[in-house]
Design a protein around this ligand. Structure first.
Ligand SMILES: [Zn+2]
Length: 263
């Protein structure tokens, strides 16, 4: 589902934005002879962008990266779609606005409170939460996503779309969100639930695939994370538990949004 997004600044979801919006709406209401109380109606719930990793259409420069070809549903895309939809449903039930986007971030550079990319890793890979780092550049591949990542484009690299930036404020918020998600998902990532690979917690900056994730630079979300829910093979029985995973993600994102409002 793609809810219509009106042309307003998403920063209105924060308390400081609320004050500005309320003041503006109050002026308009007064000028029009209306009730200043109408300002309350201008308050918008937060917006969360959920990316189902690798799902077509994919991002230019990364279109050959179709994700892990294994996992409990046959391939990673099938898992990412299931979890993204279940997560969106849960967040909406709590009044949060959600946009689910495929590999190609759409719309480009949308302002949101949270950007979360849903993935699982290949067999032998990591499980954990990566987040945006200030100044981290995206990586380039041969053609549309082949070979080794390079900090500069190759001669044959497909042209990328324009990148947004990540500053230290966004990095700090992203780390707070990643920490909340990691702490909650660690409680679910148990042998009893079918997870056997080990939870990697908040993934370090040196893992460029997650700390320099291209999706972080196609959005203007205030906090940007990528969740590697588990690793195919070892964690297949856990990865099959889509509702449990979606519930954990939804709860930690809501807890984060609540905490940020108090800051
Ligand atoms: Zn992936």
């Amino acid at each position: 589902m793609r809810p219509t997004i009106p042309q307003v600044s998403w920063s209105s979801a924060l308390p400081s934005g609320l004050v500005a919006i309320a003041a503006a709406a109050s002026v308009i209401a007064t000028a029009g002879g209306g009730e200043p109380g109408a300002a309350a109606a201008a308050a918008k719930p937060p917006l969360v962008v959920v990316q189902a990793g690798h799902v077509a259409p994919r991002e230019p420069g990364y279109r050959w990266q179709t994700g892990s070809g294994s996992g409990p549903f046959g391939n990673e895309r099938a898992f990412n779609i299931r979890v993204s939809r279940a997560l969106a449903k849960r967040l909406r039930k709590h009044g949060i606005r959600v946009r689910v986007t495929p590999g190609k971030i759409s719309p480009w550079a949308v302002k949101a409170d949270v950007f979360v990319a849903v993935h699982h890793d290949s067999p032998g890979g990591v499980a954990g939460v990566g987040h945006a780092h200030a100044g981290a550049r995206e990586f380039f591949y041969h053609g549309d996503g082949a070979g080794e990542p390079s900090p500069t484009p190759y001669a044959d690299t497909v042209r990328h779309r324009r990148a947004t930036s990540v500053n230290t404020i966004i990095e700090r918020r992203s780390r707070r969100l990643a920490t909340r998600i990691s702490v909650r998902m660690a409680t679910l990532f148990t042998v009893g639930n079918g997870a056997r690979s080990g939870w990697g917690s908040v993934l370090p900056k040196r893992l460029v695939r997650t700390s320099n994730y291209y999706g972080f630079r196609r959005t203007r979300a205030k906090a940007r994370v990528i969740v590697e829910v588990g690793a195919a093979g070892a964690d297949d029985r856990y990865l099959r538990k889509v509702d449990l995973i979606a519930a954990g993600l939804s709860r930690s994102i809501r807890d984060y949004l609540t905490a940020e409002r108090g800051r």
